[in-house]
Design a binder for this molecule. Sequence first.
Ligand code: NDP
Length: 261
Amino acid sequence: MSVDSRAPALFDLTGKIAIVTGGNGGIGLGMAKGLAEAGAAIVVAARDAAKSEAAVKELIALGAEAAFIAVDVTDAGSCRVLIEATVARFGKLDILVNNAGINIRKVPENYSAEEWHRVLDINLTGSFLCSQAAYPALCKAGGGKIVNIGSMMSIFGAAFAVPYAASKGGVVQLTKALATAWAKDNIQVNAVLPGWIDTDLTREARRQMAGMHERIEARTPARRWGKARDMAGVAVFLSAPASDFITGATITVDGGYSVQG
Ligand code: NDP
């Protein structure tokens, strides 16, 4: 059987345009670097301009085209402007990584309604609004990829992070629902559930909770925290032709945390 020389290389993203929300640090930048190394041009979409420009420099140093475009993912108009500005700058859109996220840690009885909404608005509604805004551009490109970021708290309960867990459970269902809606448009929508990754977000958690670092390390079969770099491969896989028949799936990247008995 001969190999079709016209078939796209499984993991090649040359010529692809990717937006990574929250791409200016942590998991988002780890994923953006993976996409950049595979050949994609990257839009770092976040609020903090100085942090984002620094991330853009790191991506350019890898040989990629990259730009910062400001967005607040809780604002539908801002999400639409992000997509318009991306298409104006790079000509199209192929990949959207919905990574922006926050956590507010408290016992459930102490959250204000505003805190509950803040977490849900950024983590869940933000992923929906960016996906909705991206849809026409992805269709115009002939299809594309959406990668949503869940969490171990998409699976497990979390006494100290109730709105976060609710939002991340919602991200998995959002992923499945969008996948079923947009498969006809050749848009694959999948979710990544990271384990415990060393970032600003979890550094803050470790400051708040004594002994957390050691507890996580001991419970993770790989016996270590994840690094932002550990998130690069899955981002490439779910953005590349290699995953063209995978949609609505969730992939854990957790050093075995979620399968430990
Ligand atoms: P960081 O705090 O390093 O990154 C969060 C990013 O979200 C920042 O880049 C921030 O940029 C951006 N962001 C926050 N609010 C908004 C907003 N309203 N609009 C646009 N961007 C926003 O955390 P992580 O890298 O750890 O987290 C990234 C994702 O991974 C999150 O969804 C998180 O829930 C998830 N995750 C993290 C895990 C971990 O162990 N670290 C485990 C499981 C999931 P700026 O402030 O400039 O807007």
